[in-house]
Write a protein that binds this ligand. Structure first.
Ligand code: XMP
Length: 493
């Protein structure tokens, strides 16, 4: 007697975004009031739980700065050497600094003429400069308003004749925010920061303060600097330590398959030697999560869902993303470890479904690759604008970086790469700000339909219904010809 089915074929079903919808529920929550704040790792909380992918066509410092200013987090890719990585992290950390450090301050030398300093300030795009002697002592401050237009000042006069010599300074121990009151009170634009000997150590400007006030949702560390993440290999301790020293807030152990003995060992060692939070990924099963919760500060989920990813067809392995997230979250939530759903998100609806499945935050590549803030330039093909977007497992990306994300040796011959991703182009989309606005706004709508005002409440209250292929067709715009493109929907995406 044989069983009608081989036991090998008695397999569980796994679901992805299009297989499910959120069940609408009674609600007292207006979408605009839904609060998206959520943890991305044990110690970092985001205002909007959205990350830009660690890919060389998505996240470098420009993207990371914009993501953090708007409440999310950018994860800088690792197709660059360690010095370049440190420089990139530094750019994010310095972007919104209240005190411009000494080495970045434009200063005037007392021997300069008014014309010389005026030219220099114009060239460097600043409106004023502390006047310091060779010791670095602050003698005064000169600004464009001291120079023109009324002027008894002659262009050949020395700076010292035109400068304000009763200069208001703050001591380096003073909270830079107090400098604002001082500037307001004295109606001045900039205040030099000095040490005990009146030597210049930095500058606080009104412009810098106002700029920071513009970004109310910004995600900052305890020193007020923007937060950023960075991808590191599990096998490169020096890179991880350099990233930690450069004050990266989260290290993302970046592999295509983290449920691998060598990866887990490397990741664990790194997590023990750095101060930053360590997020480990990617995984997609409960068993993998069981191992990572022992030491990880966050777990990233996604085996093959990415838009440019061919892992599933090349290797035959993978896990549809809604099931993968739910499996990992079942384990991680018991240990208070945040879960990030990485890859395959095309619409805001997918992002909020990932949260309903148990994720605390979502990571996207293709959604952001077409924005101004992503690296690379805009190209025009057949009259339409595009930007390059490629998988980190594509031949091009592996050649300019590491194949170890896919746990492969660097081949000797170029033709010998076995890629797990493609090189592509994605429509040009304009600013990150408007893309993020659509994404977060759609997620808030989802929370409104479920009646949950916060992310934890939403995770608890949301339920799925299963959708047939007829239901999927019904979900999309159908039986019409779209005449005006919507900012958050393109049927061919
Ligand atoms: P989306 O769908 O947002 O996915 O474009 C971005 C995520 O895809 C992963 N990734 C890859 N996966 N081969 C893969 O199998 C690749 O070449 C590749 N490149 C990126 C990665 O997790 C990213 O965040």
């Amino acid at each position: 007697e044989h069983e009608p089915y081989s036991s090998k074929l008695q397999v569980p079903e796994a679901l992805t975004f299009d297989d499910v919808l959120l069940r609408p529920k009674e609600s007292r929550v207006e979408p605009d009031d839904a609060d998206l704040s959520s943890h991305v790792s044990r110690s970092v909380e985001l205002s909007v739980p959205i990350l830009s992918a660690a890919m060389d066509t998505v996240t470098e410092s420009g993207m990371a700065i914009a993501m953090a200013r708007h409440g999310g987090l950018g994860v800088i890719h690792r197709n660059m050497n360690v010095d370049e990585m440190v420089e990139e992290i530094g750019r994010v950390k310095r972007a919104d600094e209240l005190v411009i450090p000494y080495e970045d301050v434009v200063t005037a030398d007392p021997e300069m003429t008014v014309r010389e300093i005026d030219d220099q300030m114009a060239r460097q795009g600043v409106g004023g400069a502390p006047v310091v002697n060779t010791r670095g002592e602050v003698l005064g401050i000169i600004s464009s308003t001291d120079i023109r237009p009324h002027l008894e000042v002659n262009e050949d006069d020395l700076v010292t004749e035109a400068m304000t010599d009763e200069v208001i300074t703050v001591h380096e121990d003073v909270d830079p925010r107090d400098a604002f009151d001082l500037m307001y009170e004295h109606k001045i634009e900039r205040v030099p920061v000095v040490d005990d000997e009146n030597l210049l150590v930095g500058l606080v400007t009104m412009q810098g303060i106002l700029q920071r006030r513009e970004y109310k949702e910004a995600v900052r560390d305890e020193d007020g600097q923007l937060c950023c993440g960075v991808a590191v290999s599990p096998f490169e301790r020096d890179r991880a330590e350099a990233a930690d020293e450069a004050d990266a807030d989260i290290l993302f152990i970046d592999t295509a398959h983290a449920h691998n003995r060598n990866v887990i060992e490397g990741a664990r060692e790194i997590s023990e030697s750095v101060e930053a939070d360590v997020v480990v990924g990617n995984v997609g099963t409960q068993e993998a999560a069981e191992e990572l919760v022992e030491f990880a500060d966050g777990i990233k989920v996604g085996i093959g869902p990415g838009s440019i990813c061919t892992t599933r067809v090349v290797s035959g392995a993978g896990m549809p993303q809604i099931t993968a997230v739910a499996q990992v979250a079942d384990v991680a939530s018991e240990h208070g470890v945040p879960v990030i759903a990485d890859g395959g998100i095309r619409y805001s609806g997918d992002a909020i479904k990932a949260i309903a499945a148990g994720a605390d935050a979502v990571m996207l590549g293709s959604y952001f690759a077409g924005t101004d803030e992503a690296p690379g330039r805009v190209v025009t093909m057949n009259g339409k604008k595009y930007k390059q977007y490629r998988g980190m497992g594509s031949v091009g990306a592996m050649k300019s970086g590491d194949a170890d994300r896919y746990l492969k040796e660097e081949p000797e011959e170029e033709d010998d790469y076995v890629p797990e991703g493609v090189e592509a182009a994605t429509p040009y989309k304009g600013t990150l700000k408007s893309e993020l606005h659509q994404l977060a706004g759609g997620m808030q709508s989802g929370m409104g339909y479920v009646g949950a005002a916060t992310v934890p409440k939403f995770k608890e209250r949301s339920e799925f219904v299963r959708v047939s292929s007829a239901g999927q067709a019904e979900s999309h715009a159908h039986d019409v010809v779209i005449t005006d493109e919507a900012p958050n929907y393109s049927p061919n995406e």
